[in-house]
Design a protein around this ligand. Structure first.
Ligand code: 16G
Ligand code: ZN
Length: 531
């Protein structure tokens, strides 16, 4: 670790006036401005590792569902979670240092504020998605790691959740909560073994078509399914053009399907068919089908949360472990019908938090079993140490109880508990549907989504929009919330809220109401109030 080398090897900023910010998804922008950011992320990851006594830190290079020309980078903490929030400011500060002197100053500030012993060794692993800009960005990251004297390992092309998995495995190896083998092979084996146990004795469902957004999910899913015989899980991979320039996330993938509420044009879908879509880095998934009248039906993150909570609550009940409390975490974007279903039908506690995985994840940790999903299809299930222990040590008195405990135990292995994971979430859904022998239509019957609309409003300055109550109410500009309330009051089952996007220069307006026409009108009127 040498401040002199850090200073001398600084990568110049592409544009003088570009301001960097470590936000909800780490640094994310056009790939061309990220060279300098990669360098400082290498240094920051090393500092973070030193701060945590040499624990392995992860760095993932991806821009998820964003267009191919974008890229991004985020840090992963030792347990496979997002970088601790208090460090985001350091990242931003370092990224905006334009010369060697100010960078060294920023680094020194972190060292003294965090009382970091720079003699402590640092360990960092990294991976990236299939974007053409990745190899160059990796080089700059490596340069940052090198000047920091970090021990580093490149895992190459990975899904985001695989990197999170690897970080957790490396940091728990040899302990009582060892998470798994720290390799792609180990990940495939852990998930596939659990899936085989979870569906044992049930007839296989009809094939599932998986739209991989022309991204890394295609490569990894193909490798993964080598571990499960076709008689147990049948998949058909589409949108797997990972080397075709411009194809990534283009008219396909989970974000396209959720935003447009339609199947990718490349999918030929008929009644009875089963489809799902991953996003560009395979940490999100949505399911869909067409009904007998060929009408498109989306099964989004809210539907997955409902299905998972229903199944897990039944297993907990059948296992006779009532002390284990299940809870669900959503954001304001969750469809009102889904919240009503969870609270009124399943009678499960529901919390609402601000957008962004880190907020959902931390809230979910408060439950024994915490199910969290964003409507956009990002989510997972967390089992507390106490819940894991109860599942492991409870002695079954009946075959039914035994079966429920085994199923729960399989779920704890099958679910990637570090972060949302399209492959793992797909296996969770397939497990439940297989256990129930349900079609997608049958799953969809739990509740009917309220019509909803998301509108993007471009404003002069989005930072003036401040919210409270998990983003459901605007506090600034003053008076806006009263206006929104007055508009919403005119619609049956109406709900609407406004928040500044964390990833785009815009304000988002969400609206839902009893009918399509009312929803559109409500969204339009609230958008006008914002404008
Ligand atoms: C980021 C978040 C995602 C959230 C989205 C909202 C992570 C890893 N990703 O992509 O969870 O739904 O931002 O975007 O936290 P918005 O702020 O532009 O609406
Ligand atoms: Zn993603």
């Amino acid at each position: 670790f040498s401040l002199e080398s850090i200073k001398n090897n600084i990568v110049p900023h592409k544009y003088e006036d570009f301001v960097y910010a470590y936000g909800t998804a780490g640094f994310r922008s056009k790939a061309e401005v990220l060279d300098s950011v990669m360098y400082i992320v290498g240094i920051l990851a090393a500092l973070r590792s030193k701060k945590l006594n040499g624990a392995t830190i992860g760095v993932m290079i991806t821009a998820s569902h964003n267009p191919e020309e974008d890229n991004g980078v985020k840090l992963v903490d030792p347990r496979g979670e997002m970088l601790e929030q208090s460090w985001e400011g350091y990242a931003t500060k370092m990224a905006n240092a334009k010369d060697g002197e100010s960078l060294v100053q920023a680094v020194n500030e972190i060292i003294s504020a965090q009382k970091i012993n720079i003699e402590t060794p640092a360990s960092v692993i990294y991976g990236h998605d299939t974007r053409p800009s990745c190899p160059d960005l990796v080089k700059h990251l490596e340069s940052g790691l090198q000047v920091s004297g970090a021990q580093a390992k490149n895992y190459g092309v990975l899904t985001t959740p695989m990197l999170h998995y690897l970080v957790r495995c490396l940091n728990t190896a040899g302990t009582s909560d060892a998470y798994g083998e720290p390799s792609a092979e180990g990940y495939y084996k852990k998930l596939s073994d659990a899936y085989k146990t979870a569906v044992k004795g049930y007839a296989r469902l009809s094939p599932l078509t998986v739209d991989c957004a022309n991204g890394v999910g295609a490569i990894k899913l193909r490798e993964f399914i080598q571990h499960i015989p076709e008689e147990i899980l049948a998949t058909n991979v589409i949108n797997d053009q990972t080397t075709t320039l411009g194809a990534l996330n283009k008219n396909c993938g989970a974000d396209y399907v959720k935003t447009n509420q339609r199947a990718p044009p490349t999918a030929t879908i008929a009644p009875g068919d089963r489809f799902c879509s991953y996003d560009g880095d395979a940490d999100r998934i949505v399911y869909y089908y067409v009904d007998k009248d060929n009408v498109f039906r989306l099964l989004d993150g809210d539907k997955i949360a409902g299905l998972a909570a229903m199944f897990i609550m039944e297993l907990v009940n059948d296992a006779g472990i009532d002390s284990v409390k299940v809870g669900v975490v959503q954001t304001a974007y969750a469809n009102g019908s889904s919240t009503r279903y969870l609270e009124k039908v399943l009678k499960v506690p529901v919390s609402c938090v601000a957008t962004g995985v880190k907020h959902l994840h931390h809230e979910a940790e408060k439950y024994d079993i915490g199910v969290y999903f964003e409507a956009n299809g990002h989510g997972t299930v967390l089992f507390s140490p106490a819940a894991l222990n109860t599942i492991k040590t409870t002695e079954a008195k009946t075959p039914a109880q035994n079966r429920a405990l085994q199923q729960l135990s399989a779920l704890t292995e099958l679910i990637n508990q570090t972060v949302g994971d399209a492959i793992s979430d797909m296996l969770l859904v397939e497990t439940i549907l297989t256990n129930r022998q349900w079609s997608l239509d049958a799953w969809d019957q739990a509740y009917t989504d309220l019509p909803n609309r998301l509108v993007k409003v471009v404003v002069a300055d989005r930072t003036i929009f401040k919210t409270t109550n998990a983003e459901r109410q605007v506090v600034e500009p003053a008076g806006l919330q009263a206006e929104i309330d007055a508009i919403v009051a005119k619609y049956s089952n109406g709900r609407s809220f406004v928040r500044a996007s964390g990833t785009e220069d815009a304000v988002r307006v969400y609206a839902e109401a009893a009918s399509r026409a009312e929803t559109d009108e409500l969204a339009y009127k609230v958008a006008q109030a914002v404008y």
